[in-house]
Design a binder for this molecule. Structure first.
Ligand SMILES: *Cc1c(COP(=O)(O)O)cnc(C)c1O
Length: 396
């Protein structure tokens, strides 16, 4: 990529973080399947170890392929730097423990991915890190009230999995700024293609790269984007000392995934809105959750901060658990599995699976009812996706 400063998103997705001239002319980044890197001299080694010179040391700390992925992610998010991890959960755990260490607590919206909810509700408290959940996510005062002098950051996920709540990033960031603490946003469902999370006010953005960034359900990984100083501290701290590094092959697959991210998200958003409208008008469906449905409670916020609704929707079928399971069982095209963000259409029943670890009372409080079905609408022909949904609804 040449000198021009203001390249567009799609151009950066294809070129950022990699210079063919420094890589034998290869337009694609190479897979550096190596663990340690030769130093030019003992003096240079000492400088790199002391952090006075940039350089590769050992793949638990950095790796050229992973570095290309990190630089491309930072460019796409409009952040200063990025740190790639072995999974999305590793990214969330690392960020949370780094920021809350030495007696801090966390204020988090309770509309969270099941794994994150369990990490915050069970694991972190067992290490002495308290997490205060905010249930009323549309209410600014609820966040403000939860913050005390030991609160180290605010954590939100938007859109939130699986009820598709959309949290107002700008609004929450105002409180964070007022309190002088960072706002951390899990933007996995939106991706940088649909939501400019840092521009909207986030200090740190986290993605499970396993989802849309990968795009085909093949590989696990995560990424943290933020200020260079913070990313450097994490890299030379917990990241180096606990070992959740991303492997170079997965980083390479994610670089390929990023090349087509924005056109995939565009098609996902188009297909999913059509499916959401079909479901909304179906007599057996009680309620549909999708950010871009005009009668949804978060529609105004979604339109303000996202350029498309994304691939995930969820809906409530009449007949609760029995109907939910019957619907899943009757699908012929959609895969029944616990992933999302694949180019294929996927479906799951969250209450008995992804949020199965969450006690029923808490589960209902965060909006995951017995009859809720979650679909990640894929890139198949829309007629085929709609036919599959309709024939499965007919079986109920
Ligand atoms: C999948 C997911 C995660 C966890 O990511 P892994 O890569 O599976 O560890 C975190 N947040 C959200 C919103 C997710 O969808």
């Amino acid at each position: 990529m040449g000198k021009k400063k203001n390249y567009g998103f799609d151009t950066k997705a294809l070129h950022s973080g990699h210079n063919p001239k420094e890589n034998f002319g290869s337009p694609l980044p190479s897979i550096h399947q190596t663990l340690a890197y030769c130093f030019e001299s003992p003096e240079q080694a000492a400088r790199i170890f002391a952090g006075e010179e940039e350089g590769f040391v050992y793949s638990r700390i950095n790796n050229p392929t992973v570095d290309a992925f990190e630089k491309r992610m930072a460019a796409l998010e409009g952040g200063e730097a990025a740190l790639a991890t072995s999974s999305g959960m590793a990214a969330i755990f690392l960020t949370a423990v780094h920021l809350a260490q030495n007696g801090g607590n966390i204020v988090a919206s309770d509309k969270l991915y099941g794994g994150t909810y369990n990490l915050f509700n069970v694991r972190l408290p067992s290490f002495g890190v308290a997490v205060k959940f905010v249930n009323d996510y549309q209410n600014l005062a609820a966040f403000e009230k939860a913050i005390d002098e030991k609160t180290k950051f605010i954590f939100i996920e938007t859109p939130a999995n699986p009820a598709l709540n959309v949290l107002d990033i700008g609004m929450v960031s105002e409180i964070a700024k007022k309190e002088g603490i960072p706002l951390v946003v899990d933007a996995t469902l939106a991706t940088p293609a649909l939501q400019k999370t840092i521009d909207l006010g986030a200090d740190i953005v986290i993605h499970s790269a396993s989802k849309f960034i990968c795009g085909n359900g093949s590989s696990l990984g995560g990424v943290i984007v933020g200020k260079k100083k913070l990313i450097d501290e994490m890299r030379q701290g917990l990241y180096r000392d606990t070992g959740p590094a991303l492997n170079p092959f997965n980083a390479w697959l994610f670089l390929l995934g990023l090349e087509t991210l924005s056109i995939r998200m565009e098609r996902h958003s188009k297909n999913t809105l059509i499916a959401a409208l079909l479901l909304q008008n179906h007599p057996k469906v009680l309620k549909v959750n999708y950010p871009f449905l005009p009668n949804g409670s978060d529609y105004v916020t979604a339109k303000k901060q996202m350029s498309g609704g994304g691939a995930l929707l969820s809906f409530e079928i009449a007949g609760a658990l029995k109907s939910g399971k019957k619907f899943i069982k009757s699908l012929k095209l959609a895969s029944h599995l616990a992933n999302l963000g694949d180019s294929r259409t996927l479906a799951i029943h969250p209450a008995s699976t992804t949020h199965g670890q969450v006690p029923k009372e808490e589960r209902l409080k965060i909006g995951i009812t017995d009859g809720l079905v979650r679909m990640s609408v894929g890139l198949e022909n829309i007629e085929d996706i709609l036919d599959d949904i309709l024939q499965a609804l007919e079986k109920i």
